[in-house]
Structures are given as C-alpha cells and as structure tokens.
Design a protein around this ligand. Sequence first.
Ligand SMILES: Cc1cc2nc3c(=O)[nH]c(=O)nc-3n(C[C@H](O)[C@H](O)[C@H](O)COP(=O)(O)O)c2cc1C
Length: 169
Amino acid sequence: MDVIDAMDTRLELREYSDESIDDETLRTILEAGRQASSGKNLQHWRFVVVRDEDVMAELADRSPTGGWIDGADVAVAMCTDPDLPYHDIDAGRAVTHMQLAAWAVGVGSCIYTVEQAAVDELLGIPEDYHLSLVVGFGYPVEEVRGHKNRAPLAEIAFADRFGEPLELD
Ligand SMILES: Cc1cc2nc3c(=O)[nH]c(=O)nc-3n(C[C@H](O)[C@H](O)[C@H](O)COP(=O)(O)O)c2cc1C
C-alpha cells in the first residue's frame, strides 16, 4: 500500500481482534514514528509501549474518551518536552507516521488524549515530560474500507488569501 492509498483509506479503529501484533510489525510501526521530523530535529519524544493487559485495563479506566484502549493489543503513550512550543505538533507528526505505517501493514489504530495526572504514576512518566496522547493499535475485527466524513477541499483550501476560492483543474 502506498502512502496516498493509506491516507485515503485509513479510518480510526476502536474495535480490535484478538490477534497479537508481532515484534517485527511493532518495530515497523515504532520505526515509522522514529523517522518523523521534529522541530529543530530535537526528537524529544519518548514512546512508552504498553502491552501488559492489566496496564491497558488501567489506561481504559482512567480515560473518559479512550475506554476502547482495553481492546487494543498495544498502546503507545507519546511523551514530549512541554518546554518546546511545538511539542504537541511533533507528537502529532510522529503518531501520524505510526498510524499510516500500521495501516499499511494491516493494523488499525486510534488516538486519544488523556490527563497526564491520571496516568503519570501508572506509566512512570517523569515530571519534565508531558503526555501528549495515547494511540492504540490492533488488527481490525473485519476488513475496513475507508469512507471518510470530511469537508470538501473548496471549504478549507484558499488561493493566496484566506477565503479566496482556489481553482484547480
Ligand atoms: C487530537 C485528536 C484527539 C482525539 N481524541 C480522541 C479521543 O479522545 N477519543 C477517541 O475515541 N478518538 C479521538 N480522536 C479520533 C478522532 O475522533 C478521529 O480522528 C476522527 O473522528 C476522524 O476519524 P476517521 O479518520 O475515522 O474519519 C482524536 C483525534 C485527534 C486528531
């Protein structure tokens, strides 16, 4: 699957099968995150890779919007340096790399944000790191073809000045 196809078809998945993600596949996903660009190439992110079922269940309990993480096979908690003004942008880029790589090898994923205070002790996140988001990974329960609910390009892309219609052939 090429990257355009992956972007076109990928949907956030919150339901996963019992199939485990093997180490080679997990490495492919994590390496994709590692290859992402970051402001000044500081690579300040740290990935806490959770596979322990009890910790996954705790994560689910501690999130009002990420209860589905319990069904995922792997969770990656993306920690960043909060002193950098663009730290959440860097986190988003690394996670997008991971999610697209995962999709390309048949693994679904979804992200959620969570208050660090709720999980800092659980995951041992140091005080000088910020938990930007958590992403869950797992194989889909059935084949999913993407149909995205997105605004049309004309509504969000402008020519030269905000609000000016962009004409494309
Ligand atoms: C910054 C951000 C935060 C999100 N937080 C949550 C969340 O807390 N819980 C959740 O289930 N999904 C969360 N999502 C997933 C979005 O709901 C999802 O990307 C959006 O609905 C589009 O899904 P689609 O690509 O499948 O169409 C988040 C996505 C982003 C980009």
